[in-house]
Design a binder for this molecule. Structure first.
Ligand code: FES
Length: 315
């Protein structure tokens, strides 16, 4: 975790603001792989918890002088994006990372990149790297009205390898045939609204793409059901922690003085991964793979809960 300084604020489209972050001493920042994100501390929420939002890095990743992130204002959200939109040049922000769970597969024969709306941010990062290193790739970008953020950046990077769409129907019309004839060994990457990513998944699976060649970057889990109350037993200390409906397991643990590393509290960063030694988990995160969820020996307590009345954690 370190402090960075806001050195540029630019409105890309109505509601999307690009923010540049530099080191206080003006030095270079840590390099990152395409598709990486940083986690930014964005003030305190109504419950008194520190808000931390993950933002994809859109610039070049090799010894960068600045990190560039794009923040879509969400008036009905938890307040983090509004806090970010209130930042001015010269202010300092606390930043963790970069981290990546969405890196390109370097052995892929071809990369199919699909972005929806603000999901263009990590896709732009992938496209920059693919163009720089001469990899085979194509980008499909759908945004309302065909005029989304970073359109000019993508066009400059991709040239004829970019296809834009004004609506999802146009995307499906073009992407369907494309998914059927790309070379074996191609990989598919998608970022955008959950409904778009699910539909890309569905169409890719129907076209015979194995799950291991389909990659997603999620924004966060959104609002969740409050869930039923349950008790978490901590196997090392023998402590029983009651988790009421509407309170996350992570919050219940922290209130009892149990230290659990965490960052996003949205089930996407992987930081709060906790071993499970008893009980059945209702997984609600976007981080663990299907196989890891099936194994049931770990969970993300910031969003996931017990499927029954008890869980036992290796804490
Ligand atoms: S804090 Fe990020 S997944 Fe739980």
């Amino acid at each position: 975790m370190r402090m960075l300084v806001v050195d540029a604020v630019t409105d890309l489209t109505d509601g999307v603001r690009q923010i540049g972050l530099t080191a206080p001493d003006g030095g270079s920042l840590q390099s990152f792989t395409p598709g990486s994100h940083v986690v930014v501390s964005c003030g305190i929420d109504r419950q008194g918890h520190a808000r931390r939002n993950a933002y994809s890095l859109t610039g070049a990743g090799i010894v960068p002088d600045a990190y560039s992130i794009s923040v879509r204002r969400c008036d009905a959200g938890r307040g983090g994006s509004l806090w970010m939109h209130g930042l001015s040049v010269g202010e300092s922000v606390e930043v963790t990372g970069p981290r990546s769970g969405f890196a390109p597969v370097l052995t892929a024969r071809h990369h199919v990149l699909v972005a929806g709306g603000i999901g263009v941010a990590p896709i732009l990062s992938h496209a920059r790297a693919a163009a720089r290193w001469g990899r085979s790739f194509e980008v499909h970008y759908v945004s309302r009205g065909g005029d989304g953020p970073h359109l000019a950046d993508l066009a400059a990077v991709c040239a004829e390898r970019l296809t834009t769409y004004r609506d999802a129907e146009a995307l499906w019309t073009a992407l369907g045939p494309a998914l059927l004839d790309r070379p074996l060994g191609s990989h598919l990457y998608t970022c955008g609204p959950a409904s778009l990513m699910e539909e890309v998944d569905r169409r890719a699976s129907s076209a015979g793409w194995p799950g291991a060649r389909i990659h997603h970057e999620h924004f966060g889990i959104g609002d969740l059901e409050p869930g039923r109350p349950f008790v978490a037993r901590l196997s090392r200390s023998g402590l029983d922690v009651e988790v009421p409906s509407g309170t996350s397991l992570l919050d219940a643990l922290v209130r009892r003085g149990v230290s659990v590393p965490n960052l996003c509290r949205q089930g996407v960063c992987g930081e709060c991964r906790t071993p499970v030694v008893g009980g059945v988990v209702e997984h609600r995160d976007l981080y663990l793979s299907d196989d890891e969820k099936m194994a049931g020996d770990c969970m993300m307590p910031c969003v996931s809960r017990a499927a029954g009345s008890r869980l036992e954690l290796e804490l």
